[in-house]
Ligand binder design. Sequence first.
Ligand code: 13P
Ligand code: SF4
Length: 299
Amino acid sequence: MDIHSEIKRIADKKNALILAHNYQNDEIQDIAHVTGDSLELAQKAAKNEAEMIVFCGVHFMAESASMLSPDKKVILPDVTAGCPMADMVDEEGLKELKEEYPDALVVTYINSTAAVKALSDIICTSSNAVKIVRKLDADRIIFTPDKNLADYVQRFTDKEIIPWRGFCPTHENFSKEDLIEIKKKHPHALVIVHPECRPDVIDMADEVLSTGHMVKFVQKTDAEKIIVGTEAGMIHKLKRTAPHIEYIPASDYFICPNMKKITPEKLYQSIIKEETVITVQKEISEKAKSALNRMLELS
Ligand code: 13P
Ligand code: SF4
């Protein structure tokens, strides 16, 4: 049996839409109906004709899809696929921070739990974080959970950004020294990195881009060789988009173990059994959804 065609056949029969983040395993990207960055996938989850969404990504993505499309069944093929950064914020700590800075608005990166989103004024993704912060009518912003994205946003605004000290272990693990090493091997290559990278890595990059903006960038650049400073799955997406460019992974360790949990076999089983369904408690969902919708309106 060709598992790819079988998954597609069952998905069509069940009117299921398969969404995959750009960091997913190559085969999953090839099977999915839509691949994209967090914003593109949230937009797609909010507006589509399917009866079921199968989310090949991590838990917070399926949770957001479930809130944006409450009448659809949203399935995560591996329920243990979480995001360690999302789990770095605790609700009590955020409530205390809000009390400390009552005049601040809370901007929360989409890589967060629904409960933390519910305590936030607005959500952002890496592709719209700067734009969202600039548009807000407040001089002080509590930014959760990513300290590196907060630092990156601070470069573009005079507003005071109060960062939560969370981080993505996959991006944090990549150091300036690693970048210097890979640049020595490929001195003429252009360097693109994700804003979840450390500030000293960002200082050395030619371009700082969300995964969706990386795709747009390779469609128009004249560069022949690019060092890619983000999760390894991105290389497959970039090769599919602009195959004439040579892509160099910034490090062999640029892997998100959670994104890699979803395999064609798990996707197949999850579509057949319609498991695991992701839902969000109503009270949390209503508040978190308004923060998500505020982002979609401003995007
Ligand atoms: P984007 O796809 O929005 O750039 O986000 C990257 C990420 O880390 C998702 O977990
Ligand atoms: Fe979370 Fe980092 Fe994995 Fe994205 S790459 S899902 S931020 S751990």
